[in-house]
Design a protein around this ligand. Structure first.
Ligand SMILES: NCc1[nH]cc(CCC(=O)O)c1CC(=O)O
Length: 315
């Protein structure tokens, strides 16, 4: 009987989604007669220790995953459950993505104080978000809105909606759904108005590349359409050298199931915008090769000046 130690951050969302993954893995193991048991180990990351600072100011990349990856490499844990959108483009030597399970809702959600949609927010309303991607798209659609930074875990951001006099805040729908707070959502923002972060709503189960037992179990947990979509989005991200702290968004989905020997058709939309929303570059295309599709959309945006926008933001 193998005991699999699963590492996770200790936020309410991280613990909830790790618990949900472990329950599903237990069922899978039972169905396939794989003898194992699970133990959850909480790990505090740099991102959790500096929740009061805007992430883009502290060099965001991998803030929520580094310590967890070290624990994997050191053998202190055997598997880690991450939010895909927190994953840096490159994994450390020796670690691999063991599974990408079925995606939750990828959209951003608006949580307001009594307004039922983005259009209903009054002129000049104050919206809390520290995401440059959300700010850019919100300002593009509603230049009159005022945007201020709000950080912290989901629970503390919801509290700040009341305490700091915001008219609305924006959060990923997936996180709210997972912790059972979907009742707090006032409106879902369609990708036409707000493209989600790369990988938003998806999870990434990371493990050691040499751990055949875990890889075998996780292989049964992969959801292929989600994995293909995430590969296309991350190829877009990689080409633009983006992290989650730049005004860049993308969303891919399978738009036509595979027929015969052909791979399914994916449709990917990507955006890069200035933080004030004045410039908004957006392109869409379909294809069967996720990496090629991601690079194609990135190249289309680069041809329109995306790299200049990103370089200015990084400065
Ligand atoms: N950047 C923090 C983060 N990382 C993952 C989620 C939850 C949504 C998801 O799993 O994609 C959130 C919170 C948010 O953006 O509202």
């Amino acid at each position: 009987m193998r005991t699999i130690i699963v590492g996770t951050r200790q936020s309410a969302l991280a613990l909830t989604q790790t618990g949900q993954v472990v329950e599903l893995l237990k069922q899978l193991a039972a169905e396939h007669g794989i003898a194992c048991e699970f133990e959850i180990k909480k790990i505090v990351t740099k991102g959790d220790r500096i929740l009061d600072v805007t992430l883009s100011k502290v060099g965001g990349k991998g803030l929520f995953v580094k310590e967890i990856e070290q624990a994997l490499t050191d053998g202190d844990i055997d598997m880690a459950v991450h939010s895909m959108k927190d994953m840096p483009f490159e994994l450390p030597e020796g670690l691999v993505v063991g599974a990408i399970p079925k995606r939750e809702d990828a959209r951003d959600a608006l949580i307001t104080r009594g307004f039922s949609s983005l259009d209903e927010l009054p002129q000049g309303a104050l919206v809390g978000t520290s995401s440059l991607r959300r700010a850019s798209q919100l300002q593009h659609y509603r230049p009159d809105l005022r945007i201020e930074s709000v950080r912290g875990n989901i629970d503390s951001r919801l509290r700040k909606l009341e305490e700091e006099n915001f008219d609305a805040i924006m959060l990923a729908a997936a996180g709210l759904h997972r912790v059972g707070w979907q009742d707090r959502i006032s409106a879902y923002l369609p990708p036409e108005i707000c493209l989600p972060a790369v990988g938003q709503g998806a999870l990434c189960i990371e493990c050691r590349g040499g751990d055949a037992f875990i890889l075998d179990l996780l292989g049964k947990f992969q959801h292929e359409p989600t994995a293909l979509a995430v590969r296309a989005e991350r190829a877009f991200l990689g080409r633009l050298n983006g992290g989650c702290q730049v005004p860049l968004g993308a969303y891919a989905s399978v738009s036509e199931e595979s027929s015969g020997s052909e791979e399914p058709l994916l449709t990917l939309t990507g955006m890069v915008g200035t933080p004030d929303g004045a410039t908004m570059l957006k392109e869409s295309a379909s294809g069967r090769d996720p990496e090629a599709l991601g690079k194609l959309i990135a190249d289309k945006l680069i041809a329109q000046g995306a790299e200049t926008i990103l370089a200015e933001v990084r400065e």
